[in-house]
Design a binder for this molecule. Structure first.
Ligand code: HEM
Length: 140
């Protein structure tokens, strides 16, 4: 599968997953679930909201990457950068989600440690894309 196809497939699937998480959060509100809405669970709500919003927006970033690869002549994403973008888009929202699943006295669970790992992967992937594009589309 070529790189553009991979980012487009991942982007649409990931968008489906994280919009579904939005529907789950909506449902937790609908049923006024204390596990999610109590003041003592504030950190869970924050973590789940961050998982939903980051997952959704990163899915859109992957769609943008797939479309850029198709439309900008000469633009290629290095294999490592493409993988970093894909894995970062999984690892970061997964870290927020796992950090909210198990909480300790107002603190997120250990899963939240995945968040900085995902952030580094994303910085590498996006930085590499920006550098390559900068060479192909130099500022006039
Ligand atoms: C492109 C689509 C979407 C984006 C970019 C997006 C982004 C966000 C962001 C940034 C927040 C945090 C808002 C804040 O706390 O100030 C949020 C919260 C929320 N979103 Fe989405 N969202 C999207 C679609 C959806 C859909 C389709 C649903 C469900 C039908 C949904 C349900 C929710 C819920 C329930 C919250 C609040 C969670 C809470 O505070 O307990 N979202 N969303």
């Amino acid at each position: 599968m070529n790189t553009s196809d991979r980012h487009l497939r991942f982007g649409w699937r990931s968008l489906f997953v994280f919009l579904s998480l939005g529907v789950v959060l909506e449902t937790l509100h609908g049923f006024k679930l204390g596990w999610y809405l109590n003041v003592s669970s504030e950190i869970r709500r924050l973590m789940f909201t961050l998982a939903h919003s980051h997952g959704t927006l990163l899915a859109l970033v992957n769609l943008a990457a797939g479309l850029t690869l198709r439309t900008v002549k000469g633009f290629e994403l290095k294999p490592g950068a493409s993988l970093a973008l894909l894995w970062g888009s999984v690892v970061m929202p997964a870290g927020f989600f796992l950090g909210g699943l198990v909480i300790h006295d107002g603190d997120p669970g250990l899963g939240v440690l995945l968040v900085p790992v995902g952030a580094l992967l994303l910085l590498y992937g996006v930085g590499s894309a920006a550098r390559t594009l900068g060479k192909i589309l130099p500022a006039k």
